[in-house]
Design a protein around this ligand. Structure first.
Ligand code: MGD
Ligand code: MGD
Ligand code: SF4
Ligand code: MO
Length: 774
């Protein structure tokens, strides 16, 4: 029996709240990981897919960017990987009648969950100007429409080309080539909302915006500090690496305002002991930090390191590393000496004893890794916080040696690869030179728009064609209301997608949805089945081979669509054989090998079963390609996050059953939430101070300068052991509360983890489906 899409939308009316869990995975993990795929795909299709995820001859898990170990187990996937695969490989499809039955206006009330559950998109559809419906269209006509619009622009900068991090290296390379041949660097991507702060800080301090460790380094480390990351949900197989590290003697410290289950304990579902027995305790120390307090914490630890050196000169700092490889130490030491412990306590909500304990652990460890994700990058002072992470690592030479280094844990499975391939609004001249030389054209040099500036440009009517290679910008970006009204002003919006989301419902005057092949599916072109390539969080690049028949003969690969649109738009303006690249992706990879540093002999290297690892100066040879040729120790003025009395700081984060704007179910198992998402987690003492109760319905107001409050109505309070003064709610719903203007300094990433809010009792019932927004 073929499963069918739900007709009714979902409601949060029956939210259930139970105790949060204190460990991740275990039996529950195995069961939960198999269930969705068995239910939707059936046993045979599930077995075929689940035995091929992350295997050397299989396909790369399209969910997160966690790396694969050298030795693969038979089942090398996790619960959330299995959800992602099932979500993509579902046999449910959006029927042709759907577009007659549903006007775009009627779809505006639908949740992301319902939209995604309608199934795979299988034919291109077009919304003509003035119409409230999409209608089927041929591929040729669709390409023609895009080409007409692009060629009618006064300047290529009136177009913008967004990318989400699931796109393959091959598709991403062609996409940026096309945008630049057209004449624009307007290449915003999901990274702008994600690890941009990491890239900015690390590029400045060590000359490369990527992890300086390899997978094996976890097992060689003495101390792993995990800041602002929830691995149990967002990188579940990291728990296996952490467990192995513990078995090799590493200590683990978690820094997080929430007592996340996966940071507390882990039961490995693939081990008999993990299956049946007690959970491995993960964190040796859990620091329940106030939102945005990390910069102060890091400075306080560095201060203690410097003081220890003062007490026993020559024994604490790695003097040789500092002298030979860094600059800026003296100014840093002078500045850190002024760090005020009381200010640190206020900013972090931590006690001096807790901070001393972490400092002791740091001083006693020879090899330290600091890992981080969105809890660090999505703050106003994110870039400086990451610079402080680097400072702390430098003091004891914790970079470019086994078991030590900086480990930003990436989000989307290929977000890092897309950047390597040139999807960035400000690629360096060296890359543009190589691209221009390879294809015989002069790439534009002016920096392009990022995601936030892209929305601003749409709002100002400056961008007239918006294309999205995957993703769901309107669901993902801050200030939903403003973003949506901005998108409506554009002439044409184009989405290359697997499934429906908000960005298909709120569109430009005209709109196209172009259905793409998923990573699970065989990509057949004229020269035979094609593989694509991806890069993980630790710079390892390898091939991914589709396994099952495409959902429909009509869907096309991202690579083919991008090349097809390029051909239709540019015609023979340049001497590029777009069709040849569609027919055989080796041709694209040959170009990549001549343009992208580190990708020489790309076809040969990606055909190796284990792939290859990109060169990395800091990791491989303590080489720092910064402006000064040294690792840069920096001085960063502390600026604690302000929160007026009677207000809370809100972070917006992921539930266990979602992938960004894709909602797999309404549950968040580890945090004890079932059947609903309209919840706001608040410390019980804060609820009491605010005169509110657990389980009460509230409206959430976000306050920003003198702008009118942004409001999200009808949320249920959940008394939760978060840090004092802090609250949490899920994105994408809570994105209406994040002002577009509120971005991180230098990286322009939306400040999604520190929104000043007030809660007021509400008359709006919980469970109206889409949150009520004023
Ligand atoms: N299943 C699943 N996997 C995913 C994703 C998904 O949505 N679902 N998304 C993918 C993507 S694109 C990304 S970028 C990653 C995101 O991975 P994470 O960064 O783990 O994602 P978030 O849910 O945003 O969680 C942020 C964590 O940081 C903590 N935090 C928030 N603010 C602070 C702070 O100020 N200081 C500290 N120390 N901690 C803080 C939060 O309590 C939370 O535990 O996951 C990737 N993997
Ligand atoms: N408030 C708040 N906002 C946030 C965040 C937060 O923590 N808080 N996190 C931010 C982060 S870290 C990120 S990375 C962004 C994510 O922003 P995006 O990457 O734009 O969003 P996703 O939800 O990952 O995109 C999902 C859509 O991608 C399409 N898709 C899925 N698979 C494929 C595929 O294989 N090919 C193609 N072409 N399309 C596909 C589907 O149509 C699906 O609906 O959101 C950001 N927004
Ligand atoms: S850890 Fe990430 S990449 Fe690995 S199987 Fe799980 S979701 Fe997929
Ligand atoms: Mo992300």
């Amino acid at each position: 029996m073929t499963p069918e899409a739900p007709i009714e939308d979902f409601s949060d009316a029956d939210i259930e709240v139970t105790e949060p869990k204190d460990y991740a995975a275990g039996m529950g993990g195995v069961f939960h990981s198999m269930l969705p795929s068995l239910q939707t795909l059936g046993v045979a299709r599930s077995a075929k897919l689940l035995t091929k995820i992350n295997q050397k001859d299989g396909f790369d898990c399209m969910s997160c960017a966690w790396p694969d170990p050298g030795h693969r187990k038979i089942a090398e996937f996790c619960e959330n990987g299995s959800k992602a695969v099932t979500w993509e490989a579902t046999p449910v499809t959006v029927p042709r009648e759907f577009w007659q039955e549903h006007s775009l206006t009627s779809l505006e009330d639908k949740t992301e969950y319902w939209l995604g559950m309608q199934g795979r998109i299988t034919e291109p559809v077009y919304r003509p100007k003035g119409s409230d419906h999409y209608e089927p269209i041929t591929w040729d006509r669709a390409y023609g429409i895009v080409a007409e619009h692009l060629n009618a622009l006064d300047h290529a900068n009136e177009a913008a080309f967004y990318t989400s991090g699931r796109a393959s290296n091959e598709a991403a390379f062609l996409y940026q080539l096309f945008a630049r041949m057209l004449g624009t660097n307007n290449l915003p991507d999901c990274s702008n909302m994600c690890h941009e702060s990491t890239g900015t800080a690390m590029q400045y301090t060590v000359g490369i915006g990527k992890s300086t460790i390899a997978y094996d380094d976890f097992a060689k480390s003495d101390l792993i500090i995990i800041m602002g990351q929830n691995p149990g949900t967002n990188h579940p197989r990291m728990l296996t690496a952490l467990q192995e590290a513990k078995e090799h003697g590493a200590q683990i410290v978690a820094v997080n305002p929430l007592p996340e289950a996966g940071l507390k304990g882990y039961k490995d579902p693939q081990r008999v002991r993990g299956y049946l027995g007690k959970a491995t305790e993960i964190a040796d120390q859990f620091m329940k930090i106030r939102l945005g307090g990390d910069m102060a914490l890091l400075q306080a630890i560095s201060k203690r390191v410097l003081e220890a050196e003062g007490r026993a000169p020559g024994t604490v700092l790695d003097q040789e590393f500092i002298a030979q490889h860094t600059d800026g130490f003296e100014a840093f030491a002078a500045h850190i000496a002024t760090v005020d412990d009381r200010e640190v306590e206020q900013a972090t909500g931590l006690t001096t004893a807790e901070i001393d304990e972490l400092a002791e652990r740091y001083l006693n460890a020879e090899r330290v890794i600091i890992a981080w994700a969105m809890g660090i990058t999505q703050h106003r002072r994110a870039v400086d916080t990451i610079k402080e992470i680097m400072n702390l690592l430098f003091l004891r030479g914790n970079i470019g040696k086994p078991g030590a280094g900086a480990s930003p844990i990436r989000g989307h499975s290929n977000v890092q690869g897309d950047r390597t391939m040139g999807v960035w609004e400000k690629m360096p001249d060296s890359f543009l030179d190589a691209l221009g030389a390879e294809f015989g054209f002069e790439p534009p040099r002016d920096h392009g728009l990022d995601s936030v500036d892209g929305i601003r440009a749409l709002d100002q009517g400056k961008v007239k064609v918006w294309m999205g290679l995957g993703g769901n910008l309107l669901g993902a970006i801050s200030d939903t209301n403003l973003a949506e009204s901005a998108m409506r002003k554009t002439r044409l919006s184009v989405q290359l997608s697997t499934k429906l989301n908000r960005s298909h419902v709120i569109t430009g005057e005209e709109a196209l949805i172009l259905p793409v092949l998923g990573r699970t599916e065989v990509d057949m072109q004229r020269s035979g089945p094609q593989y694509i390539t991806v890069e993980d969080s630790v710079c390892a690049v390898h091939g991914s081979h589709g396994q099952i028949d495409p959902i429909s003969p009509e869907v096309r690969s991202e690579t083919a669509i991008v090349a097809g649109i390029a051909q239709a738009t540019l015609g023979d303006r340049y001497d590029v054989d777009w069709q040849g690249m569609i027919d055989n992706y080796d041709v694209i990879r040959d170009h990549i090998s001549r343009v992208v540093p580190g990708c020489e002999n790309y076809n040969e290297k990606t055909r190796r079963r284990e792939g290859f690892v990109l060169p990395n100066g800091p990791r491989d040879e303590r080489r720092f390609d910064t402006e000064t040729g040294k690792a840069r120790i920096t001085v960063n003025e502390l600026e604690p996050v302000e929160c007026p009395p009677g207000r809370l700081l809100l972070q917006t984060l992921r539930s266990h059953d979602q992938f960004n704007t894709t909602i797999y179910s309404l549950n968040d198992r580890y945090r004890g939430i079932k059947k609903g998402r309209s919840v706001v987690f608040v410390h019980p003492d804060d609820l009491a101070d605010l005169g509110l109760e657990d389980g009460q319905t509230v409206d959430i107001f976000s306050e920003w300068k003198d702008e009118p409050d942004r409001v999200l109505r009808g949320f249920r309070t959940v008394a939760y052991p978060t840090a004092r003064g802090c609250a949490a709610a899920y994105f994408p719903e809570a994105n209406v509360l994040v002002p577009l203007e509120s971005t991180a300094l230098e990286s322009n990433t939306p400040v999604s983890k520190a929104v000043v809010i007030r809660l007021e009792p509400s008359n709006t019932p919980v469970g109206v489906g889409r949150p009520v927004v004023v």
